[in-house]
Each structure stands twice: as structure tokens, then as C-alpha cells.
Design a protein around this ligand. Structure first.
Ligand SMILES: [Zn+2]
Length: 93
């Protein structure tokens, strides 16, 4: 079995953030999926982002109501932090 992702060049948080929702929805190619999974195993920050998104999905699946507002807000700020390249922390108001 040939691994197509490279251990010496892991996906960055920014790259993971860009594809995280597609990854969690299963709409992603195998190579990218492996790299994201590898990253989530080692990166607590992105792991938390993934958990938040899964919570939203689970809430939507359980009941056809709106997802928790705080979870949506956390996911949004998470994505914005990744996109801007800023480090997390101190962003709470
Ligand atoms: Zn990360």
C-alpha cells in the first residue's frame, strides 16, 4: 500500500482549516483526507475545531432545529483565525 501524503511535509493548520468541513462531510479526496486525519491526531487546536463542527452536524441530525449558536460562533472564529494566520487565544470578548 502506497502512502501518497508525506510525513515530512504535514498539512498546516491553515490548509486543514480550508478543507475541514469537506473532510468532515466526506467530500474530499483520499490523499487530503489522510493528511487531515494525520494532522487532527496531533493538533489539539484543529481537533477542537473538528469536534465543534461534528457537534453541529450531530445537533442537526438529531433534530431539525438550529445548531447551537455558541458552537457556530466558535466554529466561525476558528476558521477566521486560521485564515488570518493569527495564533489562538486572547480572542475571547
Ligand atoms: Zn492544526
Amino acid at each position: 500500500m502506497k502512502l501518497t501524503f508525506r510525513k515530512d511535509r504535514p498539512a498546516s493548520c491553515r490548509q486543514v482549516g480550508k478543507v475541514l468541513q469537506r473532510y468532515l462531510d466526506g467530500e474530499i479526496d483520499d490523499e487530503t483526507r489522510l493528511r487531515v486525519a494525520d494532522h487532527l491526531d496531533e493538533c489539539r487546536r484543529c481537533g477542537l475545531g473538528a469536534d465543534t463542527y461534528l457537534q453541529i452536524k450531530a445537533a442537526l441530525a438529531r433534530q431539525a432545529t438550529e445548531p447551537p449558536a455558541d458552537a457556530l460562533a466558535r466554529l466561525r472564529s476558528f476558521g477566521e483565525r486560521l485564515a488570518s494566520g493569527h495564533e489562538p487565544g486572547g480572542a475571547k470578548s
